[in-house]
Design a protein around this ligand. Structure first.
Ligand code: BGC
Length: 349
């Protein structure tokens, strides 16, 4: 079968190639790939900056934002042939650390977790894949292709849970939220904020195009420019750009007692904005919390399914701005200005 594979830490090694059918030891559920979303992490892996091949191998099957159709549910999954499913990305470390031991592998403490398509386990960019029943998540069939948005939705579902957990250390009645970045993560963070009944503002660089339209269609307010230009003191900032300046500005702009949740991983390099001492005084004197959030556990996958099921299907469909066939995977990895979520489509939904 065809798969998109890469040799991690060696730029320019990604290719579409023939690999053996998935091994039954990888899971009793056999799935036909429908689509796999592409995100910044995939680009980093292909550029040789991130990613790990399975032990004893040089190449990794790429892809962690999965959507597939069950071909064979196996003996014990409770799934049926034809069900739409996505695969959970992370697996607990083998030690296990206390977090992994209680099923919170997203909070793994020793870094020995594995991740499909990223860290030591093959991903989902192959015509067929297998999965263990306990890591297969059934998707509402009526979502069709937009079911591919489940994985990024799990990431923001966890981020929102972190914001809430941190907020509740004191009296917590948030109203105003700023989301920085109107990519898929930012837009899905805005969607969840709206579902929570909050006033949502979204900041990005572009003045026009699908991003401002999608923000407005959600009933949120769109801003182009800088965090200080928005002129708000938000109770919550969900930072989805990973850009140093935006992070520094967010820490200064957040309201006293407010929470800045970082979801983006920056490109590093440039020293911008606040010094560490400035960050400390700003955070200390106003009781702020800056919290980082990565990955998602089963609870977030379940809740993210509810988020998508409650969302407007037409709005979700507009997030998928480009579909490329596997043979054009390099095109899928190249970002174009109006891209939101680009997917590699293996079969019809
Ligand atoms: C994925 C997460 C993963 C993280 C770090 C993200 O792109 O969505 O599941 O934990 O990368 O590897």
């Amino acid at each position: 079968m065809k798969a998109i594979t890469v040799e991690p830490h060696r730029p320019g090694t990604a290719r579409l190639e023939d690999i053996p059918e998935p091994d039954v030891r990888d899971g009793s559920v056999l799935v036909e790939a429908i689509a796999v979303g592409v995100c910044g992490t995939d680009v980093e892996i292909v550029e040789g900056k991130y990613g790990w091949a399975p032990e004893g191998r040089q190449r990794l099957v790429l892809g962690h934002e999965s959507l597939g159709r069950v071909i064979d549910p196996g003996p014990s999954s409770g799934l049926r042939k034809g069900d739409l499913v996505a695969g959970i990305v992370r697996r607990p470390d083998a030690v296990p650390c206390p977090s992994c031991a209680v099923g919170e592998w997203d909070m793994c403490r020793n870094g020995q977790y594995t991740e499909r398509g990223i860290k030591q386990i093959d991903g989902f960019m192959s015509e067929r894949w297998r999965i263990e029943p306990e890591y297969a998540v059934k998707i509402d069939g009526s979502l069709g292709l937009v079911g591919v948005l489940l994985e990024p939705t799990t990431v923001v579902t966890k981020a929102w849970e972190q914001v809430s957990a941190v907020g509740h250390r004191a009296f917590w009645e948030p109203r105003t939220v700023l989301v920085t970045g109107a990519g898929p993560i930012g837009l899905l963070a805005a969607l969840i904020g709206k579902q929570h009944g909050l006033d949502i503002h979204v900041l990005d660089r572009l003045e026009s195009g699908p991003k401002p339209e999608l923000v407005r269609a959600l009933g949120a307010i769109y801003h182009a420019g800088t965090v200080s230009g928005v002129g708000l003191q938000p109770d919550v900032i969900v930072e989805c750009t990973g850009v140093g300046q935006v992070i520094a500005d967010s820490i200064q702009a957040v309201a006293p007692g407010g929470v800045v949740c970082l979801t983006g991983v920056g490109t590093g390099g440039r020293t911008v904005g606040l010094t560490t001492a400035d960050v400390a005084s700003s955070v200390v004197l106003r009781n702020n919390v800056v919290v980082g959030s990565v990955n998602a556990n089963k609870r977030h996958w379940y809740k993210a399914g509810q988020v998508l099921a409650q969302a407007d299907r037409a709005w979700l469909a507009r997030l998928v701005t480009r579909r490329e066939p596997p043979e054009h995977f390099t095109r899928a990895l190249q970002r174009q200005p109006d891209d939101i979520k680009v997917v590699i489509q293996f079969a019809q939904a």
